[in-house]
Design a protein around this ligand. Sequence first.
Ligand code: AMP
Ligand code: MG
Length: 350
Amino acid sequence: MNTIVRKVDVSLIDKTIMEEASEILKNGGMVAFPTETVYGLGADALDEEASAKIYRAKGRPSDNPLIVHISDMEQIDRLVKRVPDKARKIMERFWPGPLTVILEKSDIVPKGTTGGLDTVAIRMPSHPVAMELIRVSGVPVAAPSANVSGRPSPTQSSHVEEDLCGKIDMIIDGGPVGIGIESTIVDCTCDTPVILRPGYITKEMLEDIIGDVDVDKALMKPMSEGVVPKAPGMKYKHYAPKADLTMYHGDIKNVENKINEMTKADTAAGRKVGIIASDETLDKYPLGTVISIGKRSDEDTIAHNLYRVLREFDSLGVDVIYGETFEDNRLGQAIMNRLLKAAGYHVENV
Ligand code: AMP
Ligand code: MG
């Protein structure tokens, strides 16, 4: 398949390109587009065949449901059985934005889009290109991250091209995304909503609006054998670079020493080492390929750089990656959730 790549100026969106992309969506095709979180791979959410194409293009397990994107509050009533009060309140406060809400699905949403579940995940993105594409196409757009399943999510158009060129109809290049990690997912089918995936919208921000919110226990640790995860995506190794990643946790001096010790041994054995450092520690690692993910105190920048840095190590062809851990408050929890998954939960205390 020939993949059309079109650049758009986010401040002056070309109508012809939006119409071209919308025609593809309406005809059951796939278009990758920028959102404020990561790039999404979109198809008509109500067309089971179109959703099936997304799973094939990404190599995504068929029980890992897709998030349905809308551009207008009015679209939601057709997609779900009911909208509980708490769900409506957080949607009104944080939409458009990086929040996904899980609700009971209506009959028109095919199970091929929800990975066989009776619930559906819905989000209204705030990126102008995403908004315009959904609005012009007039259909709810199922869109997981536009990467090959298991690889780091795409935060710029070149990442999508790397993974999906030749497999999808079109890529809209709207430049690098803003936030850089996926939306917060909140299950609103129970009385006390539960965070299934941490993101830019934190527990505290949600609690300010609706009171108690729970956090799924499985977020920061591997799923145990035989447990059925609430968000099926939780059970898969995810966001992972090609090389094995190990994170070191503890006093930063100890972390530096441990990473240097490991790197020395690996280098002597002929292995190419990548190191995820921070601006503060960049000059503390004399060996290996060292990349800073940002300033330790600036979580927004760390989130923004995270997937790009993991992909950079892929293109450098390193054999092993060592990384520092980060605070797990506020956005840090979302950052550590992604890094832990990328590392297959391989963290050592030092
Ligand atoms: P992605 O779009 O690739 O970032 O992945 C979407 C995430 O949303 C996956 O982890 C899914 O498991 C989760 N998700 C989507 N729909 C549902 C649902 N109905 N119930 C629980 N989790 C969901
Ligand atoms: Mg994904």
